[in-house]
Design a protein around this ligand. Structure first.
Ligand code: NAI
Length: 715
């Protein structure tokens, strides 16, 4: 592969290192690229004729996207000392940018994150383009790490300790304007003036020599009083704990490194940083979060089909059913500039739906409501459909009417009859088999499931369901379309509950079984939350609605009666009208003003006679009962080849139900435990019968030592 860094001279006494990784859209700081930088610096450092050195990128929207994460993954199990040495080498290399005879300036256009931001911070000055794509930040905490090439040392010395703490512990990226306001960058200019502005900085520094004074002061400790330091430490640490709930160690570790590093000189702070970073590198959370990064990265590149089948462009979409989902789907389209034709059987529902769509699509976070500008832009994209719809104007029509197979089987052919020959048809059904809906269609090959999750604006996951006769073109079009809406589509074969609901149900079901075994609601909730779930399963029942849960579960109870049965608890509560939050009572009661769940003695009395002989279960055993049935179901999904790749299971659960990212996904988590250990854990709960019975896949994995992730693909 050719070189990434080339040396140019925009003026005879000004050198410029230009980064342009061959055959890649992004520049990343791999070891070979760091080697190139080392060589170039070696040549330039000895020159006495230079006034300045610029560093810039030739990529249209990326300065440097950070370190090479594939190198990280390949070396996760290196000893701490080696990880520390890697950090020290990076720091030493970058520090040379603050020790040259001449002034160094990073000219930043595009994304400048992670190691790229660190490199920029070691330069004397930073000039940024004011383009919206130009962003600077330290996202390392999102991978369970913190900056290890001097970010925690330099950022506080440039932007102030408080700003650096906020930036590095949150991992958020900021615009050029914000970076200049906090002192992380020195100025922003239009992209076309970037190089000339950077040259002007060199000339200015040549005269004033201010950079030399700054170098001197940055080498020392940060001036901040002990009281300020103590206060910052306490507040930041409280905020971090609230955010991470103790599951993500990196932000706290970054804070400690910065607080300690503030009181020492630059070199000691850098040593402290390298030690701290080495401890995080290769930790289980780091490995898990790297996995999540690669899951999402793979999803971005996945076209949903094996061959090279080009998707059709979708510019006009019909949405039938203007309820909760139809409205959310319509808004997602309008937001992305896709024209929508919305229809509902009820004219009131249609009116409400149109208004709700427009309000949601035009919501402005700063204004906390729809903005006039966005309303004006979006309104022309939204159209109401009268009774006799002519769907031939639409490239795709999505059906989102009531969840009733009979009604859907009547409505879908009506839509199809008025759809143009090149149009696609999809259903948003959450439970009805796509193949059975296709039976009433003339062109089943142009039909598939596009299952959005509620609320559509927040949930990134979309299940694209391939019916038995769905064509590759339809799947690839649905995938490309979902991506255009900013979603993460995963492609599945048709099956009861598709993927996410199928895996969620054993877990939800087991939560109720635990209650029947005498485990308290709070113990079940605590076990799930300690595992990292965003909310406990019992609360989730109340939020979703017990009637909805009962209804959605039915398809799975019918499909897998050997291992999942309708819980008597659930049907009793539904019969009593206790449907959850929406009726003021479910498993909890919601009496207070804030709709806060409270334990309800009435619930205890109601279910008393259903309870079995109590079982004494430890927290660990409760956790196993909640998550192992989910894992077993996932192995069945793999056996059935319902998903195209094991990684889709983990992606689906993380983005569909909030499975904890710090565990890397359900199957990633299982790989860390190992199939043999899981079999032993299942033995301990074999009293559950079919619900805890090891599947052939798991048994084979235990025998062969194979892991879910060893091949990526199922087979
Ligand atoms: P909803 O009850 O809020 O809305 C359904 C709308 O369809 C109503 O406005 C109704 O008037 C209209 N409708 C009924 N029959 C019609 C017909 N023949 N022609 C045109 N409009 C008709 O229901 P929701 O929650 O939006 O669900 C819609 C679909 O999305 C269902 O298939 C459901 O299973 C699925 N879904 C629902 C999720 C949820 O959390 N609510 C999540 C994912 C999928």
């Amino acid at each position: 592969m050719g070189a990434t860094i080339s040396l140019t001279f925009p003026e005879p006494d000004i050198a410029c290192l230009v980064l342009d990784a061959p055959d890649r859209s992004a520049n990343v700081l791999s070891q070979p690229v760091l080697g190139e930088l080392d060589e170039h610096l070696g040549q330039l450092e000895s020159r006495e004729d230079l006034a300045g050195l610029l560093i810039r990128s030739a990529k249209p929207s990326i300065f440097i996207a950070g370190a090479d994460l594939r190198e990280f993954v390949a070396s996760l199990d290196i000893p701490d000392e080696e990880a520390e040495a890697i950090c020290r080498r990076g720091q030493t290399l970058f520090r040379r940018l603050s020790q040259t005879r001449f002034v160094t300036v990073a000219a930043i256009h595009g994304v400048c994150v992670g190691g790229g931001a660190e490199l920029a911070c070691w330069c004397d000055r930073r000039v940024m383009s004011d383009h919206p794509r130009t962003q600077i930040g330290f996202p390392e905490v999102k991978l369970g790490l913190f900056p290890g090439w001097g970010g925690t040392v330099r950022a506080p010395r440039l932007a102030g300790l408080g700003n650096a703490v906020e930036l590095i512990t949150s991992g958020r990226s900021i615009s050029a304007r914000e970076a200049v306001a906090m002192g992380l960058a020195d100025q922003f200019v239009p992209p076309e003036q970037l190089e000339s502005a950077a040259i002007a900085v060199v000339r200015h520094e040549q005269t004033t020599q201010a950079y030399q004074r700054d170098r001197e002061s940055r080498r020392g400790p940060i001036s901040i009083s002990d009281t300020e330091l103590g206060f910052l430490g306490l507040t930041a640490s409280a905020m971090i704990r609230m955010e991470t709930k103790g599951h993500y160690p990196a932000p706290e570790a970054a804070l400690e490194a910065m607080l300690e590093g503030a009181g020492s000189d630059e070199e000691a702070a850098a040593q402290r940083e390298a030690r701290g970073m080495a401890k995080l590198f290769g930790s289980p959370v780091n490995a898990a979060l790297l996995n999540v990064f690669f899951l999402t990265d793979r999803n971005k590149k996945d076209r949903g089909v094996e061959g090279d089948v080009a998707p059709q462009e979708i510019n006009t979409v019909g949405v039938v059913g203007a309820g909760i989902m139809g409205t959310g789907i319509a808004a997602a389209n309008v937001k992305r500039g896709i024209a929508v034709w919305l229809k509902d059987a009820s004219s009131e529902a249609l009116q409400r739906g149109l208004q709700a769509t427009l309000e949601e699509a035009s919501y402005d976070r700063d204004m906390k409501g729809p903005s006039a500008g966005k309303l004006a832009k979006h309104a022309p994209l939204l159209n109401a459909v009268a009774h006799d719809a002519d769907w031939s104007v639409c490239d795709l029509v999505i059906e989102a009417i009531v969840e009733n197979a009979e009604v859907k089987k009547e409505v879908l052919p009506q839509i199809e009859a008025r759809l143009g020959e090149s149009g696609f048809l999809a259903s948003n059904t959450s439970t009805i088999p796509i193949t059975s809906l296709a039976e009433s269609l003339r062109r089943p090959e142009r039909f598939c499931g596009i299952h959005f999750f509620n609320p559509v604006r927040r949930m990134q996951l979309v299940e694209v369901i391939r019916g038995e006769r769905t064509s590759d073109e339809t799947v690839s079009t649905a995938v490309a379309y979902a991506k255009r809406l900013g979603k993460m589509p995963i492609v599945l074969k048709d099956g009861p509950g598709f993927l996410v609901n199928r895996l969620l149900l054993p877990y939800m079901n087991e939560a109720l079984e635990l209650l029947l075994d005498g485990v308290s609601i709070s113990e079940v909730e605590r076990a799930a939350k300690a595992f990292g779930m965003p909310m406990g399963p019992i609360t989730l029942y109340d939020v979703v609605g017990l009637d909805t849960a009962l209804f959605a579960g039915r398809v799975l109870w019918e499909a897998f009666p050997d291992r999942i049965a309708v819980s008597p608890l659930l049907s009793r509560l539904v019969k009593a009208g206790r449907l959850g939050q929406k009726t003021g009572a479910g498993f909890f009661r919601y009496a207070g003003k804030k709709n806060k769940p409270e334990p309800d003695p009435e619930f205890d009395t109601m279910v008393q006679d259903l309870l079995r002989e109590p079982r004494e279960l430890t927290r660990e055993q409760i956790t196993h009962r909640l998550f192992l049935p989910m894992l077993l179901e996932a192995t069945r999904v793999l056996e059935e080849e319902l998903v195209r790749d094991v990684r889709d299971v983990d992606l689906g659960l993380i983005f569909g139900i909030g499975f904890p990212a710090f565990r890397g996904g359900l199957l990633f988590w299982a790989d860390q435990i190992g199939a043999s250990t899981i079999l032993k854990q299942l033995e301990e709960i074999e009293y559950l019968g079919a619900r805890a019975e090891p599947t052939p896949l798991l048994q084979e994995m235990a025998r062969t030592g194979k892991k879910f992730y060893s091949g990526g693909r199922v087979s």
